[in-house]
Write a protein that binds this ligand. Structure first.
Ligand code: NDP
Length: 287
């Protein structure tokens, strides 16, 4: 017998989640502020509740996938969460997630927070590699692990309800750094007779080849020895920065995405050792 699920929120993500539970044979109750978004799912077998309160009454496992933390507040305000298993997949900050966990506890609910590392087309497609970070009640995670694994992979990151959001934001922040670097790279060739489509595979392969450097960074952070396994030391890399800045200038490209990182490298070199890796930059960021 498949665990019945109540799902609040049928946006792009909620609808994708709903389809996977229906396809896997889980009895599904849905509710959405705009009822029209539930019509197609009703035809696919979902039960449509008239209110959020009714949807919450229908099942023990309640999954919320709403726009933001404020909408979670609004939707759950008039519901009875006593003895419910609330899994909140709404993107939030770690502080919002921790406050929401406390808020749920006060209402007699168990709480698990989630951070979705996937876009809707990756939901229900295991080979796409999407997954969800979970944090909060470990007991709740274990109890519903199988049901939660239907739409996407599951990665539990700790009892602190804020950790799923923190992992989510950490990974996405690194992604934006990568996008920023790629934007600068494309800008450099923009005015030349170089096909962006020819640069793309070179860029993608290079980024993938460099990505494992994060393991060395982690190793250095753990040991406290920032020279451990260093390949290209800080002194050498700082010495190389004029080449990057001069090339940008010659190509008529603003250095504004690169400069802040170079500035941190220079500060670390001035305060620390040239034999270190780039890891010391992290200490300059943390207040
Ligand atoms: P959508 O904008 O498609 O849907 C938003 C949902 O929230 C709708 O169901 C909407 O209802 C509902 N909603 C918004 N405000 C309120 C409110 N005040 N009261 C009641 N319901 C409200 O967003 P997604 O489905 O794409 O995203 C949902 C969550 O998933 C977000 O937290 C998002 O960050 C996260 N996520 C999304 C990803 C994506 O690529 N889409 C990727 C990873 C995470 P209505 O239909 O009535 O407007």
């Amino acid at each position: 017998e498949k665990t019945p699920v109540t799902l609040l929120g049928l946006g792009a993500m909620g609808t994708a989640l709903a389809r996977t539970w229906l396809a896997a044979g889980h009895p599904l109750t849905v509710w959405n502020r705009t009822p029209a978004r539930a019509t197609a799912l009703a035809a696919e077998g979902a039960r449509v509740a008239d209110s959020a309160a009714e949807a919450v009454t229908a099942n023990t496992l309640i999954v919320a996938c709403l726009l933001d933390d404020a909408s979670v507040d609004e939707v759950l305000a008039d519901t009875d969460l006593a003895d419910r298993d609330l899994v909140n997949l709404t993107t939030s900050t770690p502080a919002q997630a921790r406050a929401r966990a406390e808020w749920a506890r006060e209402r007699g609910a168990r709480y698990l927070d989630g951070g979705i590392m996937a876009v809707p087309p990756m939901i229900g497609v295991p080979e796409a590699g999407g997954y969800v970070f979970y944090s909060g009640s470990r007991e709740l995670f274990e109890r519903h692990r199988e049901t939660l694994a239907v739409p996407a992979g599951t990665t539990y990151v700790g009892e602190d309800a804020g950790f799923a959001a923190l992992h989510d934001v950490a990974l996405l922040s690194a992604m934006y750094g990568m996008f920023a670097g790629a934007a600068h790279a494309f800008a450099l060739i923009r005015k030349e007779d170089i096909d962006p489509a020819a640069l793309a595979p070179l860029l993608a392969d290079w980024l993938v080849a460099m990505a494992p450097a994060v393991y060395r960074t982690a190793d250095q952070l753990r040991s406290g020895d920032y020279t451990k396994g260093v390949v290209s030391d800080l002194a050498m890399q700082v010495a190389g920065t004029p080449t990057f800045l001069n090339t940008a200038e010659q190509q008529g490209v603003s250095p504004e995405l690169l400069s802040p990182y170079f500035e941190l490298m220079r500060r670390r070199l001035a305060e620390g050792s040239g034999e270190e890796d780039l890891t010391g930059v992290i200490d300059l960021l943390v207040h």
